[in-house]
Design a binder for this molecule. Structure first.
Ligand SMILES: [Zn+2]
Length: 245
């Protein structure tokens, strides 16, 4: 975890500090080495959130892009009492979950049902096959052109081929990060790809985004399930004669 409770407030890890987990109250030990992103480690995570998984630096670096008070948000469903730690939860109520490792479809659905207004950010770089396919994305995605203007929105029949198959039927928007934890900053940055849910014009809608662009949309609270639905409705209402590859 990036935060722990220290004397009643959420804190970053500091050498020598003792914290407690905001979910399970167990003691947490600061890990402030020179290699990994600084974090807190459970002394025992036996009673912690069953959805909690060991984190990579990819995961921690993403979470650290957001305000501390949005990170590791204790999310409670007041109707059922069920609670989980959301990676990031914005003031406007969007939950952002980062997923590096494989997630079984039933576990993915459980999180989607629980958080509802959510965005997945998936580490696509760990799957060699997908990383290779996405380098040819310009040949595989057709941009929507309106009044001779580019929209940066693309339609595809081949989402299942381009993206990791167990993510393409998510009811939530899924953003694939192919740069991964060790992106080479000297080469052209590969965009992230936001895959919209369901279909529009019987195709899948995809928006390539820079990392900064995605962060701006989330930090400014412009990105949420309502805005995603709005964009999908706009695209559905278009006549697509001007579409080109
Ligand atoms: Zn815990």
């Amino acid at each position: 975890m990036l935060t722990a409770d220290v004397n009643g407030s959420r804190c970053r890890p500091l050498p020598g500090a003792v914290g407690s987990c905001p979910f399970c109250n167990s003691e947490m030990i600061p890990r402030c080495g020179e290699v990994r992103v600084h974090h807190w480690a459970h002394k025992s995570k036996a009673d912690c959130d069953p959805w909690w998984e060991p984190e990579t630096d990819w995961h921690r670096n993403w979470k650290n892009e957001f305000p501390l008070r949005w990170q590791e948000y204790l999310f409670t469903d007041h109707a059922t009492g069920e609670r989980h730690i959301a990676d990031v939860h914005t003031l406007a109520g969007l939950t952002v979950e980062f997923q590096h490792s494989h997630l079984e479809p039933n576990e993915r659905r459980a999180r989607e049902t629980f958080y509802k207004n959510m965005l997945w950010i998936v580490d696509g770089s760990r799957l060699e096959g997908n990383r290779k396919k996405i380098t040819e994305w310009r040949n595989k995605l057709a941009e929507i052109i309106q009044n001779q203007h580019r929209t940066n929105l693309f339609l595809t029949d081949n989402a299942d081929d381009l993206f990791p198959a167990n993510w393409t039927n998510s009811p939530a928007p899924v953003c694939f990060d192919y740069m991964g934890p060790k992106a080479d900053s000297s080469s052209d940055p590969q965009p992230l790809f936001l895959l919209y849910p369901e279909t529009v014009h019987r195709k899948r809608l995809v928006e390539p985004l820079t990392r900064d662009g995605l962060l701006r949309s989330i930090l400014s609270e412009r990105l949420n399930m309502n805005s995603v639905r709005g964009i999908m409705q706009n695209v559905a209402s278009l006549r697509l004669g001007g579409r080109r590859r």
